[in-house]
Design a protein around this ligand. Sequence first.
Ligand SMILES: Cc1ncc(COP(=O)(O)O)c(C=O)c1O
Length: 354
Amino acid sequence: MRSQLPDFPWDALAPFGEIARSHPEGIIDLSVGTPVDSTPEFIQSAFRDSSNSPSYPVTAGTAELREAIRSWAISRLGATGDFDVLPLIGSKELVAWLATIVEAKKILIPEIAYPTYHVGALIAQAESIPVGIDSVQWPSADLAWINSPSNPTGRVHSTQELMASIEWSRTNSAILISDECYLEFDHTAQSTSILAHTNGDNRNILALHSLSKRSSMAGYRAAFMVGDSALIAKIRELRKHAGMMVALPVQNAMTVALKDDEHVAQQRARYNARRDALRPALEACGFRIEFSNSGLYIWCTRDEDAWASVEWLAQRGILATPGGFYGEKGKNHIRIAMTATDSQISDAVRRLKA
Ligand SMILES: Cc1ncc(COP(=O)(O)O)c(C=O)c1O
């Protein structure tokens, strides 16, 4: 199976990292979207308080965590009807393993997308088919991924688009999983969860959420899914056998994080201020910004090969990601992540203006 996996794309970026590092004022890395703002102190404290943890944690999650996810799914996502919840060891592992767990053989993925959807299909030895947003055009399949707000484009699905993908799932009796890990980071577009549009019939529908960005907890590996109870029961059963359980201190940290919205509002304001600062500076350098209304990234182009844009920025000490990492259609775009400190973003703006 290993031989089928693509080369790790980030290795191709390393030479441009070297160019950026040789800038007299050092590198500003806006490539990998890894959070840099501290995990809020009250979350760290919940983690520390449960560091005495001699017993195995439960795969399904503690009663407190399950209840925190449930309440959040109702109040924040608008979930209705019968649904279940399941904590995950970060959402990437679920993205990579879901197709294998549910034995999907034909999988639809967005044509410009987070690369792990395709990797998950490779691991499952399944066929992955890149598709556009309009689900009326989608072929039949066992499973489809959607991602709103999108990594890398920051595009937000409209209510109509979400409802059409639910319709596709019902018509094809296929699983629809909506990766909503950037849902909390709205800017000029309002994102809604797939679960707000099912009218309480959540069969074959799953929503995937992560605390990596929402609560700056990427190092904790903390995520969860919400949706179809029968499907989640099946996934939970397999995970019990495979030992895929979230560490208890992490479960307790997740519980307090989900009960607080204030730190999320602060983080949203930080990312949006950084986007507002970078946007005009990039435009002044000839970049045209597309989508980027929500989420964590600016998606832009100078209508040239992405590697040329990456090199131009690297010469100014700024590292960006070439859009080709996310699909053939992205090969003339670059992705810029808001995951740098405010002072690094100000420096990047200054370098662009110079
Ligand atoms: C769209 C998308 N889904 C899932 C993930 C995985 O995040 P995590 O494993 O930290 O929850 C990422 C990470 O960047 C992502 O961009």
